[in-house]
Ligand binder design. Structure first.
Ligand SMILES: [Zn+2]
Ligand SMILES: [Zn+2]
Length: 308
């Protein structure tokens, strides 16, 4: 999460990245299959035009989105949205910024919400030593409790980590987060940190900053992550890809991030998009969700290639 307020109207997506532009009718549509693994669609920034935002996402090929809570109120809002929109799923958690306020009642409510069938993950949770909006011991206490919750409910974690990699990786290991798996969201660390997160059983999620001229270590990270351990996200309304910097981000723009990741890895966007989407579904346990897509034809719970 960031701090944009009253953003300007986003530019029209005349031609989505990855859309060859040969036509805009659905029957000639060749957009890649994308999964935005981290969005905040339930926040006020989208209150005025969410239907349009979702329509642009679908038109850009975004098949599924995970909308991520940061406290009790936004976690409830995320679930409410996921109950209305079949391609939007929810995650519930307490952001490290809000950790100081996470007493027993808050943690009990998150534990209740985490069991909702539209909730795929516990998050976002983690540590943020860049802004330090909550004291570090509160952050670590809340993070630890919610890592335990994820194991209790057998759902993966969505990890926020800023300037706190050593403590995040230590707590992930101590709390055996690899047993449920999860996503290092908006990854901002070095190649070495990425390797350590991968070793713990997590996947790496790349957001808009990979498109920035000063992407620092991200190009190296993007190239080193194994094929089936990489996903993409927007973190909207924050952190838009380069063409929309300073504006409100939205799920349709994940296509620009995916295009840059594909370019860095030297592979076609369609291939990268389909594989990152499959990875997202695997990590988030969608193969095990009854009634998911097309009326619930999936019977391959924990099927081929799916870790326990
Ligand atoms: Zn976020
Ligand atoms: Zn975050």
């Amino acid at each position: 999460m960031g701090g944009l307020s009253t953003p300007p109207k986003p530019p029209a997506l005349g031609r989505a990245p990855g859309d060859p532009g040969r036509g805009s009718r659905p029957d000639s549509f060749t957009a890649p299959e994308l999964f935005d693994t981290h969005a905040h669609l339930h926040v006020a920034d989208f209150a005025g035009d969410l239907a349009d935002v979702l329509a642009r996402a679908r038109a850009a090929g975004v098949r599924e989105m995970l909308t991520v809570g940061t406290d009790v109120e936004t976690s409830r809002a995320a679930i409410a949205l996921a109950e209305r929109e079949p391609d939007v799923w929810a995650a519930v958690g307490v952001h490290p910024h809000d950790a100081a306020a996470a007493g027993a009642a808050v943690l009990a409510e998150i534990a209740h919400l985490a069991r909702h069938p539209r909730v795929l993950a516990v998050g976002e949770i983690g540590l943020d030593y860049f802004r330090n909006l909550s004291p570090r011991d509160d952050q670590q206490r809340t993070f630890t409790r919610l890592l335990r919750l994820a194991r209790d409910v057998a759902k993966p974690v969505v990890i926020h980590c800023r300037d706190a990699h050593d403590d995040v990786l230590r707590l992930l290991a101590e709390e055996r987060a690899g047993e449920v798996g999860g996503v290092m969201h908006c990854f901002s660390g070095t190649a070495d940190i990425a390797r350590r997160a991968l070793d713990l059983g997590l996947v790496i999620s790349i957001a808009g900053p990979v498109t920035y001229p000063n992407a620092r270590a991200l190009p190296d990270v993007v190239r080193l992550v194994p094929d089936d351990r990489l996903v993409v996200e927007t973190d909207c309304p924050y952190l838009p890809p380069q063409p929309w910097r300073g504006k409100r981000n939205e799920p349709a723009y994940v296509a620009a991030t995916a295009a840059r990741v594909a370019e860095l890895r030297g592979e076609p966007l369609e291939t990268l998009a389909a594989r990152t989407s499959a990875t997202a579904r695997r990590v988030l346990g969608l193969a095990r969700v009854a009634g998911h897509r097309d009326g619930g034809g999936r019977s391959d719970a924990g099927g081929a290639g799916t870790p326990p």
